[in-house]
Design a protein around this ligand. Sequence first.
Ligand code: V47
Ligand code: SF4
Length: 377
Amino acid sequence: MTSEIKRLEEIREKVENNVRLSAEEGIFLDNKADLFTLGELANIVRERKNGNVTYYNVNEHLNPTNVCVYRCNFCAFRADLKSASGYVMSDEQILHRAEEANQKGCTELHIVGGLHHQLGYEWYLNIIKIIHQAYPNLHLKAWTAVEWDWFARVSGRSTKELIAEMKEMGLGSLPGGGAEIFHPEIRQQICGYKADANDWLRIHREAHELGLRSNATMLYGHIEKAEHRVDHMIRLRELQDETGGFQTFIPLAFHPENTRLDHLPKPGGVMDLRVMALSRLMLDNFPHIKAYWIMLGLQTAQIALSYGADDLDGTVVHEKIYHAAGSDSPQELTSDEIRRIIEEAGRNPVERDTLYHEVVRTQPKTWRQGKPILTMV
Ligand code: V47
Ligand code: SF4
């Protein structure tokens, strides 16, 4: 037996016995394991944690402004303060979009945007306040750690104080964006000036301490290598050991179009599936791994359900970040279409709310919260 086959057998035994993999084993898997083995191992963990269920939710995206002080090299969404493509939504437009989401029976509004040079923290706070007042049943998953860091810089207050204040106003949870790649060697090159790894992790720790759940992402397929991806996952795994506040990990494939990194190729389907599987194997304390179909495309997302993923995200209306960077996924899927895709993959579709309670619908637009869905962490 060659040493590589022997190493893979040892890893297989660990996975089967639910034993944590080391960073070195993660790097070995990323560099050396074949796609089928990665998928097979990830599927063991996926089915141990979530059985045959695949989750989805009914949500919409709201990006209240695309004007941003930062210039992340991978971003096609942002606009300069004075640029003709820059926009800032009015309160009326924001409420109109929330009404649309509510009308469609959405359980969640996913709210993120640019860091506007002039609007200040109060403008972002007001968005949460007015939507929550008008539609208290809509779960507001809002502002990435990078935005929270910016709010603290412009308001001179602590991130924890701001998160607590917004929670009082109706904030429901934090999305996982802004994580990119934590390792400074890479972060410096793609988004050096914004919140760093320690800031990102601190802000999520604070949210967890305040009783909010959050997600985590990783932007892959640009200039990072296996060791950076594994380092990223290990940092998240350590924080999850401490707080248990993360729900879902979402690996995000880099889309190069209209970005400063447009000379790089877009990662292919094989890389998408490999990173999905590796995430499931390394993040043994994350209940869920999401195949974000907008980013992966429907076909890869469907296959990812056998490579570690147990969640497809949602109906996602008004997605801007990926479509600005060249995504050709549809802008919106109906619940029926999502269910069909999941069933075709041999999984049982379950609609969930943001906090993974089953959603029971009596009619398409009315819903009540069901029992929490049992997930083993
Ligand atoms: O932080 C920006 C990424 C993220 C590009 O929490 C890009 O449930 C690829 O975080 N190519 C925002 N990626 C989206 C996000 C997210 C998405 C779905 C669900 C959840 C959740 C969170 O999008 C950014 C950045 O990492 N991004 N530009 C690009 N050109
Ligand atoms: Fe701004 Fe976010 Fe785009 Fe970076 S990724 S430039 S912080 S909108």
